[in-house]
Every structure is written in structure tokens, then in C-alpha cells.
Design a protein around this ligand. Structure first.
Ligand SMILES: Cc1ncc(COP(=O)(O)O)c(C=O)c1O
Length: 366
């Protein structure tokens, strides 16, 4: 068989241990997963109401235009329905963009470390990947990213807040960048954690779409909306850009229940505000812990925090897992001495912090 040569260097996605696996392995009654930046408060009660009342005919294909959801999101963002592209998670939007624009001979620019799917999809398409290291504070170096663009560059990926650092691009930085990007480049601004942002100098990406038709914003229902299991994400952009991407989308890429659940979730913005507030408080619990113990960390605009323990992240990860808390080791995230922790409920945060304190005592005799 004549596989694309670049596939030989790619690994399949390695799912972490399930909560059931961990329960069994360590003989635990309770396991908490704070590893994938899901919402510890679940989702809006309105989603539950929708699911229990859904008279969805399961023998019938979903609405391939996701009209109800499209109208709700268009209304929420004050954009036209034809400015939206729905994906099976924003993962699929990233895949569609890559499929549409990247080929051998093209290049794509992104930060590193950042969300790995930009690179993964670019490699699948055979494009050259240009990775620009984040600065020490975990921020995109936009000037260097600009300098990496040439006539072969088809897509630039910006992740703000960035996974795994939680850092964000400031309004003036984004404007400066957009003013200088050549017009043949699509700039994808991944805002998977948008709903958690509270920084005052964060930009209004949707408003910027009027000024910059080469900008495409991606967002998701997987994080603050608490619907990761339903796989609904979307892109927002100029109708001409969306129009080019639409033919790549599979006709029924969003299933009926996912569309309905996301539509119900949009209606409950109070839930989102509540989660944003809780998340701020949760982050503060972790900041306080880091300050008290002299640990380096990055201030986050997302629902996770990267904490540097000064020892192997795997070691911290294994210790916490053996006690029933699953976090992400920074080893595979480009921060080998850190762990990335999803902010949980106040009780979960407290319990996790006391286990981290225990780890410090065990590992360093602090
Ligand atoms: C920055 C970023 N973008 C996109 C995604 C993909 O999210 P989903 O496919 O669930 O919408 C994630 C998930 O972790 C993420 O962290």
C-alpha cells in the first residue's frame, strides 16, 4: 500500500488511563479527573431537560446545516449564519482548515508548546511546520511568528488562551500582528477557553472579523459549556472563508443530540458566568498554594494551570494518580518539570492541593 510517507512518523492519539482503570489499579473508591480541561460543574441543567425531552428520531439523519444551533450561535455572537462552520469538536474544524489549505510545498506557522492538533494535521497534509517557541512567560512571540511567514505560508495558528500555558495574546499585540500579516495567509485564532477569560486587555475577536477577513476564530462547547462528550465546536469567519471550507465538511458531522444539547446550552449564559467566576476562585486557590510553597506557575486565563514542581512531571503525575487525582504530566506538553491541572470544584481543588503538599513533603522533605 502506498501510505503518505509522513504517516510513518505519526503516532495515534494515546488516550490516558480511564477513571475506571485508575480506580482498579490503585484500589480507590473515588477518582477525580482534572486532566483534560473539562468543566467540573458539568453543563447547564437546560441540557439535561433537552436530553430527557428529546423526541429525536434516531433513524433520521441530523440536520446537516445545524440550523437551530446555527441560529442560536449567530444570535449570541451577532454574526450572520453563513459566517459559522460547525465541526465534530473544534478538532474537526482544525482538520478541515488543514485539509483545505495545507499541501506539500506549503508551510504553516505556530507556537510551541501549543495545542498539538495544528502540527498533527499539518504533518498529515505534508506541509512544512514552522514552530516558534513561546517566550519564558508562556506567551506567543508574534514578531517572530510574523518573520517566519513567507510566500509558501498558508495558515498561522494562534492559541489564546494558549494550551498548555494559559497565557493570552493582548489586544494591542493581536492588532499589531493582524496589521502586518500578508493577505494570502489565513490566521486561525483558537479560543477554546474564551468563556473563561477575564483579562481586561483581551480582544473582541468577533468584532475584529469585520476588519480582518483573513481571520478565523474557533471555539468549542467542550470546555466551559461542559459538553465535551457531544463533540461540538465551530469556526467563525468571513462568509467567503467559511464558504470555501463548507464543501470539506462531512454532510452530517454533528449528530442530532449534540446539536440539540449545544443549542440548549447557549440559552443558559448564566451558567457560563457562574463557571467563569468559580474558575477564577479555583485558580486563586492554586496561585495561593504555589506562592506559599515557592513553586513557579503561570497566571492563567483558562480553566487549567501549569505548575512547575522542579522535579519530573511524571513523578508528580504518578503520585497524584495513586491518590485518585488524574492530572496531565508536563513531560509530553513541553514542560517536563510541571503538571497541568484542570481547575476543579472548590472541594476538588482543596483535596488536590493537600495531595500536592503531601507530594512536596515526600519528595523533598519540605
Ligand atoms: C486549545 C484547544 N483547541 C481545541 C481543542 C479541541 O477541543 P474540541 O475538539 O473538544 O472542541 C482543545 C482541547 O483540549 C484545546 O485545548
Amino acid at each position: 500500500m502506498q501510505w503518505k510517507s509522513q504517516l510513518h512518523s505519526l503516532k495515534a492519539y494515546q488516550p490516558g488511563k480511564t477513571m475506571e482503570d485508575v480506580k482498579e489499579q490503585f484500589n480507590l473508591d473515588k477518582v477525580v479527573k482534572l486532566a483534560s480541561n473539562e468543566n467540573p460543574f458539568g453543563c447547564s441543567p437546560s441540557v439535561g431537560e433537552y436530553i430527557s425531552s428529546a423526541l429525536t428520531a434516531h433513524a433520521i439523519y441530523p440536520d446537516g446545516y445545524a440550523k437551530q444551533l446555527r441560529m442560536k450561535v449567530a444570535d449570541l455572537l451577532s454574526v450572520e449564519p453563513q459566517q459559522l462552520l460547525f465541526g465534530n469538536g473544534s478538532d474537526e474544524v482544525i482538520q478541515m482548515i488543514s485539509r483545505a489549505l495545507l499541501t506539500p510545498g506549503k508551510s504553516t506557522v505556530m507556537a510551541t508548546p501549543t495545542f498539538p492538533q495544528y502540527k498533527h494535521n499539518a504533518v498529515v497534509e505534508g506541509a512544512e511546520v514552522r514552530e516558534i517557541p513561546l517566550d519564558e512567560a508562556g506567551k506567543h512571540q508574534l514578531g517572530k511568528m510574523l518573520a517566519a511567514i513567507d510566500e509558501t505560508t498558508a495558515v498561522v495558528w494562534l492559541c489564546s488562551p494558549n494550551n498548555p500555558t494559559g497565557e493570552y495574546i493582548r489586544n494591542h499585540e493581536l492588532l499589531e500582528f493582524m496589521d502586518h500579516v500578508p493577505s494570502h495567509v489565513l490566521v486561525v485564532l483558537d479560543e477554546a477557553y474564551y468563556e473563561y477569560v477575564t483579562a481586561e486587555d483581551y480582544y473582541d475577536s468577533i468584532k475584529l472579523l469585520d476588519k480582518y477577513p483573513q481571520l478565523l476564530v474557533t471555539r468549542t462547547f467542550s470546555k466551559a459549556y461542559g459538553l465535551a462528550g457531544f463533540r461540538v465546536g465551530y469556526g467563525v469567519g468571513h462568509p467567503d472563508v467559511i464558504g470555501k471550507l463548507e464543501p470539506i465538511r462531512e454532510p452530517f458531522n454533528n449528530n442530532s443530540l449534540g446539536q440539540g444539547a449545544a443549542a440548549a446550552a447557549v440559552d443558559d449564559q448564566e451558567f457560563i458566568s457562574h463557571c467563569r467566576e468559580q474558575n477564577r476562585k479555583g485558580l486563586q486557590q492554586f496561585y495561593d498554594f504555589c506562592e506559599q510553597h515557592g513553586l513557579n506557575y503561570m497566571k492563567s486565563q483558562a480553566n487549567f494551570i501549569l505548575i512547575d514542581f522542579g522535579v519530573s512531571g511524571d513523578e508528580v503525575f504518578h503520585y497524584l494518580m495513586s491518590k485518585g487525582y488524574i492530572v496531565r504530566s508536563g513531560q509530553a506538553l513541553g514542560y517536563p518539570e510541571a503538571v497541568r491541572v484542570t481547575v476543579g470544584s472548590p472541594e476538588q481543588n482543596e483535596e488536590l492541593i493537600s495531595l500536592m503538599k503531601e507530594f512536596l513533603v515526600v519528595s523533598k522533605g519540605v
